[in-house]
Design a protein around this ligand. Sequence first.
Ligand SMILES: *Cc1c(COP(=O)(O)O)cnc(C)c1O
Length: 358
Amino acid sequence: MISIAKPLIGDEEKQAVLEVLDSGMLAQGPRVKAFEEAFAEMCGVEHAVATSSGTTALHIALLANGIGPGHEVITTPFTFISTANSVLFTGAKPVFVDIDPVTFNIDPAQIEAAITPQTKAIMPVHLFGLVADMAPILEIADKHDLVIIEDACQSHAAAYKGQRAGSFGTGTFSLYPTKNITSAEGGMITTDDEEIATNCRVIRQHGMRRRYYHDELGFNFRMTDVHAAIGLAQLQKLEQFNAARIKNAHYLSEHLAGVITPVAPEGRTHVFHQYTIRVPDGRRDDLIDHLRKNDIGCGVYYPVPIHKQTFYTKELGYDVSLPDAEKACEEVISLPVHPALSQDDLDKIIETVNGFMG
Ligand SMILES: *Cc1c(COP(=O)(O)O)cnc(C)c1O
C-alpha cells in the first residue's frame, strides 16, 4: 500500500522528546520559545507564536486583529473547514469568493465585488502548498483598509516572488501529522507586527497580560514543550522534505497522461503539500476505485465546498453558487507526493493512472 501521507519521525525527534520529559519543563517552556524563534526566521518575520493547532492559530489570529461580531471576512470555499469555522468562532461571518480554476486559490479578480462596509479582513488560503496571488490581494486590502490573515496551514516555506508564506499579513500554520512538517498537533502564528504578536500571546493564555489579572477573554491554546521539541527537530528537515516533494511532483507531472497536473505560476515556489490533479469527463470516482484496487492511497481534498456543507446551508442559511469551486470538488484527486515515496512507488502511481486514463 502506498499511503497518501506519512509523517517522517527520526531519532532526532525521539531524542528531543525524551530530553523534554527528563527536563521537568513540560508545558509552554524553553522549547516553545526556541521553536517560535526558529519558525519566525524560516518565514522571514519578526515574531512567531506557537499554538495548540492550526485551527487555534487561525482563531487567535482573527481575534488578535480585532475581528468579531458584525464583521465579515472574505475567504475561499475550497479549503479545509477550519478556515471558515475559525471566522464563525469569533462571531464574524465568512464570505466566500470563487477560486481561480488553474491554481485552486481564491480569485483576486472577484474579491472587490464581495466587499461591504462590514468587511474587515481577507483570508487567502495557500492551498496545497501554493501561495495565493498576493500582489493584487495586498493591493485590494490596502485600498479598502482590510487586514490580511493568511491560512498558510499547507504551505510551510512556500514562496511568492521570493517572499515566504506567512509574511504577507498575519500568517497561520498547522503542524498536524499530514502537513509538510509536524509537531503531532500544533500550530504557529507569524507576524511582523509586535502589537499583534502580543495580542496573540495574551489570547493564547487566558487573556492574561499580568499574571492572574484578566482584562479580556482568552483561551488555553498553548503548545507544550513536548510538541515544540518534535516541531523544532522537524523544522531542521523542512527544506529537505520540501525538496523531495517538489522533485516527486515534477516527476509525476512529467510522466502522467490523460489528467490535468498542478500548476505553479511564474515566481511561485509550490511546496506540494498535496499533488492535486483534475480528472476530466466525469471519470474521477472510477479512477479513485482503480487506484484503491491497486493499493495506491489517494484523497479528495475537498469533496464539498464549504458553502455547500450542511451546517452552512441548513444552520447558517448559505445559498450561493460558486461554480469553479464546485467543479473542482467534483474533479480533483490528490496523489501521494510525500518524501517517503520510492522511485518504484512513483512509477507504480504513474503506470496505474496512465493505464486507466489511456
Ligand atoms: C490543516 C489545516 C487547517 C487546520 O489545522 P489543524 O492543525 O488541523 O487544526 C486549517 N486550514 C487548512 C487549509 C488546513 O489544511
